[in-house]
Design a protein around this ligand. Structure first.
Ligand code: SF4
Ligand code: SF4
Length: 105
């Protein structure tokens, strides 16, 4: 069995800023504002994007003995779901701006 990288959060240094949740392309991080966060390693392919954004440097990478094929489908699904959510949020935002403008112009 091959090893693969995953991210993990040193919870005692996490300030619960939620930045990592916002940037994770695979929805692999769980947490609420002001509470420490966690990585769901079954959904994390170890892309390291969250590490570069964490303001307290509390996200690290470690290797686990598990093949990537175990998570492939879930990771793909999460990526597509997130993409759709981001697109819908953008669309709703633009619609709301347009509606506001119609009222004042
Ligand atoms: S970015 Fe870092 S400090 Fe902020 S919630 Fe995530 S792990 Fe915690
Ligand atoms: S390493 Fe990538 S997939 Fe894993 S939690 Fe961080 S941003 Fe998400």
């Amino acid at each position: 069995m091959t090893a693969r990288p995953i991210a993990y959060i040193d919870e005692k240094n996490c300030i619960g800023c939620t930045i990592c949740i916002d940037v994770c392309p695979f929805d692999a991080i769980i947490g609420a504002q002001n509470f420490s966060h966690r990585v769901n390693f079954k959904e994390c392919p170890g892309c390291k994007i969250c590490i570069t954004k964490c303001p307290t440097d509390c996200i690290k990478i470690k290797n686990i003995k598990e093949d990537k094929s175990h998570i492939k489908e879930k990771v793909k699904y999460n990526f597509e779901r997130r993409k759709l959510r981001v697109e819908n949020t953008k669309k709703n935002y633009l619609n709301s701006i347009e509606n506001q403008l119609k009222k004042i112009i």
